[in-house]
Design a binder for this molecule. Structure first.
Ligand SMILES: Nc1ncnc2c1ncn2[C@@H]1O[C@H](COP(=O)(O)OP(=O)(O)OP(=O)(O)O)[C@@H](O)[C@H]1O
Ligand SMILES: [Mg+2]
Length: 404
């Protein structure tokens, strides 16, 4: 996943200590102590401890962790709303901890869009003026900024609301205005700190869906803070889990669910529904009997019996999946009058197949139609593996399956 050319943000050995005389915390006797111990002994609060992360261009990156784990500190450090104590943050090749304030302001305006939990809208300004506000600060003329604001308001589904004031909008709509305002600047990187936490569950889900759709078009780098595991799993390409200011695990949703690094992560993911995250590739196994369409029925039957199986998966010369054939059918062919040199296509049963990235949730629709383990094929219909219905049920009843 970490592709050097694609890396946009590199965070190295980053610390934030809140309080007075923060240098003391780095003395040998203290720096390895727990956050609580450090606080008791020095009065300083460790907001971030030795964080190392790389975030790629276009990545939807989630920061998750309990309250006080340092999520906001980290996201704010990226735009230096929090001044870090130690370590380095390189964004687009530039070390931001060393920039002058003036450089930082320019860099922030040019590079970032921000959406926070409180919408931060200006009540005496219309929706249009709010959406155009960031552009106004950048000195963009009225006509140009209103044009852009109209465009982004349409993108977030608020066409027709331009002349209203924020107070006449619901929470979800106000948050859309916040998002429109961030997008109007055409930022490379969007920072979102619990943007949907204040919304009703239904509206929240809708906003998540829309953000997924929007991101598939925009392909921005998004750093998104949430407490909500399902939100994280739904939105994230990767998730970093923080505890007491430290990163305890970074991984794709699938990696986090299947291999939680410790009990803390385990606790986070225990309510997750693996069926919504795991894909067919994580539970498929090898095909026991591959039957080649150009084989004779006798060879095919011999191989099947050797493997103690009652059926085989039939492929052509390019390993394209044709269907399944049963031992019973092969026997029937052999006992018949006609002599077959190869397996006749009329003996091959067509069955539904799935792709490696099919969600386990969706396998439930396919499984009942298939009397045999479900074949998994690639985009060229080449046979990759198979999934038995037992495996499907195991994968959702245990801690996420994968324990073959
Ligand atoms: N201005 C501050 N002064 C002192 N300590 C602070 C300050 N801001 C944050 N902290 C401390 O730093 C730690 C991390 O806080 P932070 O706000 O980053 O957590 P968070 O993960 O965003 O939590 P939440 O989910 O509640 O928003 C906490 O222990 C917090 O008390
Ligand atoms: Mg926070």
């Amino acid at each position: 996943m970490a592709d050097e050319n694609n890396t946009q943000i590199v965070i190295k050995d980053l610390w934030k200590v809140y309080g007075k005389d923060t240098k003391r915390v780095f003395q040998e006797d203290l720096r390895n102590k727990s956050k609580d111990e450090i606080q008791n002994e020095t009065g300083c609060i460790v907001g971030m401890r030795d964080i190392n992360l790389e975030i790629n261009k276009g990545e939807f990156y989630i920061l998750m962790g309990l309250s006080g784990s340092g999520k906001s500190t980290l996201i704010r450090a990226l735009i230096r709303l929090v001044k870090t104590t130690k370590g380095s943050i390189v964004i687009n090749g530039e070390e931001i901890t060393k920039m002058s304030s003036e450089q930082m302001i320019q860099f922030r305006r040019k590079t970032f869009g921000m959406v926070f939990q409180s919408y931060g809208l200006l009540p005496h300004m219309t929706v249009l003026e709010n959406a155009a506000y960031g552009l106004k600060i950048r000195g963009i003329g009225k006509e140009a900024r209103y044009e852009k604001a109209r465009e982004v308001l349409e993108t977030v589904g608020l066409k027709g609301w331009e002349e209203y004031y924020p107070t006449s909008l619901s929470g979800g709509m106000q948050q859309r205005v916040g998002l429109a305002r961030a997008l109007a600047n055409e930022p490379e990187i969007l920072l979102m700190d619990e943007p949907f936490s204040g919304l009703d569950p239904l509206i929240r889900r809708q906003m998540q869906d829309e953000l997924v759709e929007l991101q598939s078009k925009l392909q921005k780098t998004i750093i998104f803070v949430t407490h909500d595991l399902h939100e994280a799993l739904k939105l994230g390409d990767r998730i970093a889990i923080l505890r007491n200011g430290e990163v305890v695990q970074v991984g794709t949703p699938e990696e986090i669910i299947t291999n939680p690094a410790d009990e803390y992560v385990q606790e986070f993911v225990q309510d997750a529904s693996p069926a919504k995250v795991l894909t067919a590739s994580s539970i498929m196994s090898d095909i026991p009997v591959v039957t080649y369409a150009w084989e004779g029925p006798k060879t095919a039957l011999t191989l099947m019996r050797k493997a103690k199986k009652r059926m085989g998966y039939v492929v052509d010369k390019k390993r394209k999946f044709l269907g399944v054939i049963t031992a019973k059918e092969l026997k029937r062919l052999l006992e018949g009058e006609e002599k077959y040199k190869t397996i006749p296509s009329t003996s091959i049963e067509l069955v539904a197949s799935v792709h490696p990235d099919t969600l386990i949730e969706d396998l439930f629709n396919v499984a009942p139609q298939n009397p045999y383990p479900i074949p998994v094929v690639d985009e060229n219909n080449r046979l990759l593996g198979r999934i038995s219905s037992d495996t499907i049920f195991d994968s959702i009843s245990s801690n996420g399956g994968n324990n073959e």
